[in-house]
Ligand binder design. Structure first.
Ligand SMILES: [Fe+2]
Length: 167
């Protein structure tokens, strides 16, 4: 571990937790940048609404970046916030440069949020098995928030023309 701490979790466990947290931090930094890209570049009749929605989702994701980084620090690790680290380590797909209209940006943003949420959901159990309910709960909280953001984005997609669910 990078730093000694009196926290009652063994260094080997903390190392594994920090690795998990860093993976999600990489994703979150990438996702935040993707949201700014969408915020700046979206075009079309829904421009203003989407411009604002992408910025508000960006701000929420920045909150996740901060929460993940601070948990790494609390565990005695180094929160690697370098963009080059995030680029190398992110599990998100490359944001499509061809995206122009609202539907394309909503689709790309929802793909990023979905992948981020998927990783967080897997990490909940892994952190729990490592014996750290605190980190596990952080993953659970961020996963719930990420699901809410995905709902917010997908609700806009439906407005543009989704397939109605049939009962
Ligand atoms: Fe802005």
């Amino acid at each position: 571990m990078a730093y000694t701490t009196k926290i009652d979790l063994p260094p080997l466990v903390r190392e594994q937790l920090v690795r998990l947290l860093q993976q999600r931090l990489n994703d979150a930094i990438d996702l935040a940048a993707q949201l700014k890209h969408a915020h700046w570049n979206v075009k079309g009749p829904q421009f203003f609404q989407l411009h604002q929605v992408f910025d508000s989702v960006h701000d929420e994701v920045e909150g996740a970046v901060d929460g993940l980084a601070k948990r790494i620090a609390a565990l005695g690790g180094v929160a690697d916030g370098r963009l080059k680290t995030a680029v190398k380590g992110s599990s998100l797909a490359e944001y499509p440069m061809a995206a122009k209209g609202g539907a394309a940006h909503l689709d790309a943003v929802s793909a990023g949020l979905s992948r981020f949420g998927e990783g967080l959901r897997q990490d909940i159990d892994v952190a729990c098995h490592l014996g750290d309910a605190g980190t596990s709960h952080l993953f659970a909280q961020l996963s719930r928030e990420s699901d809410q953001l995905l709902w917010l984005i997908e609700a806009h997609l439906c407005d543009i023309g989704c397939t109605e669910a049939r009962s």
